[in-house]
Design a protein around this ligand. Structure first.
Ligand code: NDP
Ligand code: 8X3
Length: 252
């Protein structure tokens, strides 16, 4: 039975991916900073059929915390087959001139450096798996740029580049590397981006049907369920009403 480690499983895509994997009977390592959310999720995952669930609560921006969390794994938990690099965020939507430098640092430290810390810490264990797979959650912001997206888009462009780099470097070990690039999806993403302003966050999803976390989880499932000789390198998924990063058909 496969073991998957999912970063950012306390909410949104990560939680939906954990739920989908629980139904498949996977052994799951779920991570995030909000331990109480992970604690609440664990019994639900067990009820759905997860073989076992381990919580690891740490800030992915902190490289020592990442390494300590990985070093704390023992026994069967060391044998990880699937790494879902999902934890990430956008903070703010200002011009570069007016942007908050702390916001930029959070995005770069989480979306780029955190993803790198996790990946580096787990490559050795993935090499021992019979069907190793890394799935990076990028974004359409990883191939496009929109007004106010500057640093978030740059961080997801970095995820795009790193996904391609991993694909090249991990080829000799048959570690599959897939990038999923979602468009607009209603999760806690916009509440975080607008620093708790729920009205502003809700406005992002008005007048059309956005993706749900479950839609993205289904795409992840599709990617990891391929036979071992098939690697989906890159998969872009948007709401039907969204053609690209800034063309959205809104009715109202
Ligand atoms: P959510 O805000 O709902 O979930 C983000 C997850 O990331 C949470 O579980 C959060 O956990 C975790 N996380 C954030 N910062 C840290 C940190 N410093 N350390 C550890 N965990 C952290 O958003 P989504 O589910 O939408 O986002 C998931 C990924 O999808 C992100 O990489 C995002 O950029 C990407 N994405 C989102 C899209 C969207 O429209 N929603 C579209 C395209 C890509 P906790 O707060 O407990 O630490
Ligand atoms: C999240 C989607 O369009 O807000 O990555 O950048 S978008």
């Amino acid at each position: 039975m496969k073991t998957a480690l999912i970063t950012g499983a306390s909410s949104g895509f990560g939680k939906a991916i954990a739920t989908a994997f629980a139904r498949k009977g996977y052994r799951l390592i779920i991570t995030g900073r909000r331990n109480e959310k992970l604690e609440a999720l664990k019994p639900k995952l067990m009820d759905l059929g997860a073989k076992d669930v381990l919580l690891l609560s740490f800030d992915i921006q902190d490289k020592e915390a990442v390494n300590n969390a990985v070093d704390s794994l023992s026994g069967e938990w060391k044998n990880i087959d699937i790494l879902i690099n999902n934890a990430g965020l956008a903070v703010g939507k200002s011009t570069i001139e007016n942007g908050e430098i702390d916001d930029w640092e959070r995005m770069i430290n989480t979306n780029v450096k955190g993803l790198l810390y996790m990946t580096r810490a787990l490559i050795a264990t993935l090499k021992n798996s019979d069907g190793p797979h890394i799935v990076n959650i990028g974004s359409i912001a990883g191939t496009e740029v929109y007004p106010g997206g500057n640093v978030y888009c740059a961080s997801k462009h970095a995820v795009n580049a790193l996904s391609k780099a991993m694909r090249i470097e991990l080829l000799p070990y048959a570690i599959r590397v897939s990038q999923i690039r979602p468009g607009l999806a209603e999760t806690e993403f916009s509440v975080v981006r607008y620093k708790g302003d729920e009205t502003k966050a809700a406005d992002v999803y008005k007048g059309y049907e956005p993706l749900l976390a479950e839609d993205v989880a289904r795409a992840v499932e599709f990617v990891v369920d391929q036979p071992k000789h098939v690697c989906i390198n890159d998969l872009e998924i948007t709401p039907t009403a969204q053609a690209n990063a800034y063309l959205i058909e809104k009715n109202g």
